[in-house]
Design a binder for this molecule. Structure first.
Ligand SMILES: *Cc1c(COP(=O)(O)O)cnc(C)c1O
Length: 402
């Protein structure tokens, strides 16, 4: 007779097969159990035909990978423990000593920090380029250029570049292009078909997405993805992913799977509220510029219109530049006076957020693309009632004047 303690681990009960429910089950594993040695030896972790070890995938992570690939119009997907890890995976898989990577000056800051830190340490050089000037990108592509990062719109300053033209230049020069697609989220435009109806699809090679933002939707999960359409490129990225050990947990994957069905509805709601607040702020005397690519007069608005106009879609993210008569300390006081808007990084969750930024310290002086004097505040519009958010902005602006 086996002792009960052993049966607690090797219990004979098997639940009936065929359970079905709206949400997929959560599979959590480091160890995956094989039927016999032959099965253990036969398993290939590179294809989604079986399971070898939790790090290489479970039914839960495979399911999320397939859905994210579909969302973005790609074919393969790799999940990582953060958006930044997804960026690092691309760099580490594709770059070696002597190579160069080109990054937009207005890119997500930690991407530039990685290039300035670890990549430089490994003998990989980088150059910043002005994403609003495709000729600047073209001129910087050299024989040692192995990777070009694209981002639309720019981080914090929200300029929308001519993304199809930047992708076309990379294609023509034969350089791998990787888009940070967090803002578009697979909804505002298709990164793998940037010029629909133009014969052979104009595509980026790689789309990176911080699933931390809208796909999670809760402000409570960190995750990233790397989506591709080319199997060989995917395998190259996946090898690095495996060797670095960048797996994601089943509970986090399930949290994103649970939020995915409402992604388009939430994205639209964030978008409508953000545009309403951005238009309202545009009329306020305290604000010299509203930086929201879907709002007329914002930098790159025409490029947004060309790419995202057909879907009339934008994320719920925008920045404002305060009149220069307000000191940075006064703008900080405005932020402190906000009640519904909380102070915090990241975006894409239900809670509206604000962050003041000192843009000149974040941009290359050589490119000199930032012309404003006043302090910038970025807003991430959550899912609160837009009237309440407007009331919150109004009372904080009143505090600024006093
Ligand atoms: C948040 C963000 C990232 C990084 O995602 P994390 O999951 O926070 O590491 C990368 N790119 C953009 C544009 C982002 O907004």
């Amino acid at each position: 007779m086996r002792k009960p303690v052993t049966d607690l681990i090797h219990h004979p009960y098997q639940p009936p097969a065929g359970f079905d429910a709206p949400q997929p089950g959560v599979f959590k594993a480091s160890t995956v159990i094989f039927a016999n040695v032959a099965a253990m030896r036969a398993r290939d972790w590179k294809q989604k035909k079986g399971y070898t070890y939790g790090l290489h995938g479970t039914p839960t992570t495979f399911m999320l990978e397939e859905r994210i690939a579909t969302l973005e119009g790609g074919r393969q997907c790799i999940l990582l423990p953060s958006g930044l890890a997804a960026i690092a995976n691309v760099a580490m898989a594709l770059l070696k000593t002597g190579d160069e990577v080109l990054i937009p000056d207005n890119a997500y800051g930690p991407n530039k920090a990685l290039a300035d830190g670890e990549l430089r340490q490994w003998g990989i050089t980088h150059q910043l380029y002005d994403a609003m000037n495709p000729a600047d990108l073209e001129a910087r592509i050299a024989p040692q250029t192995r990777l070009v990062w694209l981002e639309a719109p720019g981080s914090v300053t929200m300029e929308f570049p001519d993304l199809p033209e930047l992708a076309r230049i990379c294609r023509r020069k034969g350089v791998t292009s990787a888009l940070d697609n967090t803002w578009g989220a697979g909804l505002a435009f298709n990164a793998f078909d940037l010029a629909p109806g133009a014969g052979e699809p104009l595509a980026v090679d790689i789309s990176v997405h911080a699933l931390t933002k809208y796909p999670s939707g809760g402000g409570d999960v960190l995750m990233g993805s790397v989506v591709t359409t080319d199997e060989a490129l995917h395998q190259r990225l996946k090898l690095t992913h495996m060797r670095m050990g960048w797996g994601v947990g089943g509970n986090d994957a399930e949290a994103v799977l649970r939020s995915l069905p409402s992604l388009p509805l939430r994205y639209r709601a964030h978008d409508l509220a953000a545009r309403e607040l951005a238009r309202w702020l545009r009329k306020r005397p305290e604000i010299t510029q509203v930086l929201h690519p879907a709002i007329e007069g914002a930098p790159g608005h025409a490029h947004w219109e060309a790419l995202c106009g057909p879907r009339d879609a934008a994320a719920g993210l925008f920045s404002v530049v305060f009149d220069e008569r307000f000191s940075p300390a006064q703008v900080d006081a405005f932020c402190d006076a906000l009640k519904l808007f909380k102070l915090g990084y990241s975006w894409g969750g239900p809670v509206s957020l604000a962050v003041p930024y000192d843009v000149p310290s974040m941009r290359s002086t050589r490119l000199g693309s930032w012309k404003h004097q006043g302090t910038l505040v970025r807003f991430s519009v959550g899912l609160e009632a837009v009237q309440d958010l407007r009331g919150d902005l109004e009372q904080a602006l009143a505090a600024l004047q006093s």
